[in-house]
Every structure is written in C-alpha cells, then in structure tokens.
Write a protein that binds this ligand. Sequence first.
Ligand SMILES: [Zn+2]
Length: 516
Amino acid sequence: MPTPDPHRALYRRWRAQRFGELIGQDPIVATLRRAVAGDRLAHAYLFVGPRGTGKTSTARILAKAINCTDRAPDGEPCDACAACVSIREGRAMDVIEIDAASHGLVEDARDLVMRALTAPSDLRKRVYIIDEVHMLSTHAFNALLKLIEEPPDHVVFILATTDTHKVPATIISRTQRFDFRRFTEALIEGKLARICESEAVQVEAQALALIARLADGGMRDAESLLDQVLAYAGDQVTLDAVREAVGLADEAAIGALLDGYLAGDAATVLGQIEALADAGRDMAQVASQAEAEARTRLLASVGDPALSRRLALILRTLAEAAGVGAREGRARLLMELLGVELPAATMVPAAPSASAEPQRAVSAHVAAVTAAPEPKPEPLAPAVPVAATVATNGDRSAATIRARWAEVVERATPVIKPLLGECRPIALDGARLTLAFPEGRDFMRSRITQRAPAIEQLLSSVFGGSFAVECVATNVELEPLSVEEAIGDEDPEARALLEGVLKITGGELVDAPEVR
Ligand SMILES: [Zn+2]
C-alpha cells in the first residue's frame, strides 16, 4: 500500500509568508512595512482581532522583516535568507512564540524576563510573539509589563489577542495597537478559489460561497472547512458535498423547523428535530442554521410587531443552542424545549425566506424530513390576524369565556385543539381559570398541565390579560360547543358543571365567583 505524503492542513501550506501575500488587512500591512523600511519599529505591538484574521501570520512576517538580511526597500522580507528560512521553519532561537492560552506562563514569567535581557544568539533582534495574551496570569503580566516599560533594545514584543478587554490598560498603553478585521466573504471566496485552482480541484462557486459564509470572516476557519470538504468529497467540491461534510441540514428542513416554532406547534418541531438528528445532523450546526434563518425572517418582519417579538424570542434560544458547540446533546435539548415551551402561535408564520436557495438537491433523508409532519408554510393557527379578533374590552368573566369557548378552540393549534375541545371553562378567579374535563379521562389533566403555557397564551390573545389554567374532572356530560352559546344565568351547563365539580372535589371551589 503506497503511503501518501503526510497531509498538511491547507491553512499551513497557504499561510502568507510575505507582506505582499497578506490579504484583507491593507492599512496594517502598509504601516508595518513603513515602520520596518524606515527603521522606526515600536518595542511592543498589540494585534487585536477575531480568530483567523491573520494576526499570527502577520506577526511572523514582521519578525522576518525585522531580521531579514536581504530586505527589500519597501520593507518586504526576502523569505530566502537564513534568518527568514529559520523563522519560517519555526527553528529560529530568537523568535519565541508563546501561546498564553495553553499555559498561563506563571512559571515561565521569570524565565521570560531573564531570557529577554540577554542578547539574541542568531538574529538581529529577539522577537516575542505572545498569542492570546489576555490569558496570561497576573504574575506573568507584571513580568511582561516590566519588560515593556524598560525594553532592552534588542527585543520586540508582538502581543496578539481576541479579547482586548482582558488585557490590562497598563500593557495596552505601552503598545502600538492594530485592529484586524474579519475578512469579507468575497475575499475568502477569492482565496479559496485560488487554492482550488492550484490544487486542481473542481469547485462550484456556490460551494465556496457557503464555506465563506460559514467561516464567518475567519480565513483559517474557511481553509479548514475546505480541507474538511476535500477530505470528504475528494476533488469535486459541490454545494451538497459542503453540506454533507459539515453536517449542514437542507434549507427546506430548517424552514419547516422554523415554521413549527412560529406556529407554536411542538409536534412539528420535535418531529423535525428528530428527523434531522436521525439524518446525522450536528445539532449545534442545525441551531446555527435555524438562527440565521430566524434572523433573516426577523429583518423581513418589520411592520409586524407581534411576529418580530415572537422571532426575537425564538432567536434567543437558537443563539444559545448554536453557542453550546460540541455539547450537542444540549443544543438538541434547548431546541426541543423551545418547541414545547413556546406559547401557541397567534399569528401567521412568515412566508419562507427569500434567502432559501432556489436549487434543491433533495437527498433521501431530506425528503423524509419534509414529508414527515407536513411542514407546510401555511399557518397552523387560524389565519386571522390577532388584532382583528381581540375583543378584550376588559370583559373576561367566566361566562364570556364560556360563551366564546368554541372560538378559542377554533383558534388553537392542532396540538392543543382536541384538549380544549374536550374541556369547558367553569370558573375564573382573577387570572386562574378552571377547566373541567370529563370524569374518567384523567390523562387530560397532565396533558393540559403540560400545554398550560400555550393555552394561557392563547387565552390572553383572545381575552387580554394573563391566565393561569388549572383543571378538574367533572361527572357532567359535556354538551357540544356552539359559538352562540348562551351567557350567564341562561347557561344551564355551566351550573351543572360547577355542581358536578364541587361534588368531586369536596367543595373546594365554593368560592369560585362569576359562574352564575
Ligand atoms: Zn530574508
């Protein structure tokens, strides 16, 4: 069996080695080149920016430029002299890289100070590159501060951090600061395209666009993603290959999941999540996709405050689920809980977002997903805008609620509709609404209790105010519902129900007012 060359990660092979190869950080590069060329180096630099924006690459190139023996007049290192090569290969004794994230330098702090004071052995200047400098221990910070306050001439510090707020102000004030920006998707796509071309890889433009979007402005992440796709799909990088390689769900399935949330339809939500999990989807990734979709819909929901609020509520949990990363069991749990806990919808879900990709290469599992619990974009709640039917008028007596019960049932989601259809409101005490269900169907108690938040939300949307539902069994035969049900004293069923309940509960409801 032939042993292939050890695979080196793309981001290592394609790491910029000269200023001219750095992309997307032009102002920083220009300033550093001028400083090197004009011999106006600072003693300490602070590179601030998100991960994968080129801080470490820039630091190494700067270390080369400082020490290059054949430097161009514009500050560009030759990348060929002994100094450049030893730095590129990571064996220069005088370029010291420290990852503060992996060790807080508590023990090395003294060593750092001692070594910094001695002259460099091979190179012109000794360069310290301290990555994630905000992770240094207080002790190490103090040692570093001393060095930066009175720096030996032969030392340059390059501190890099993703979190400048955790770097002491005393350090920041003694450094020259550069802020690295996230790469634009166009820049990332451009570099990935160049890589693919020179690696003789066939690639779909949409595939690169998706990778660039997923990388969220980080070039190293983008290159790692491309690596992952190449390992998965060989030298044919297609949109589907990218989705499969990163465990991304089809947009149709994500849209259906969001429709379920918007409708407050727990059954659809749980069904979608299960189908996605069965298809091997990464749940944190699913949450992140759903989050992006919810955000798109939120932006499109301007002018519909109720929809915006609901989307904001959904977005909050999805963002949390997406953020839990590797703990994917938790991402799934958060998404499932959201589906169960969200109040029933009282508005029409938004139309599927326009961002959904037009072409749908529906793979087998996706067909299963979309076929399962009928994730129609149609509203699962009645398509009546809330505002049109809310007739609160401060009128929320038990009698009114009883009279309009059929309407309440009609507006319920499919999940709670059968439950509500089988019970009747019998008493209202402040916010506490007592629902009676037929004796002998005790399972209804737990099911209603489980769905209480959705039921309460529905009641609030119809009658205004807040509700807390509780349920009791009754031995009274329930009459069929009718919208024009009689109100008040002329409602014999209400009286019979209450009496039946009183018998069962031993008179606990004696004080229940308003059922006359
Ligand atoms: Zn050189």
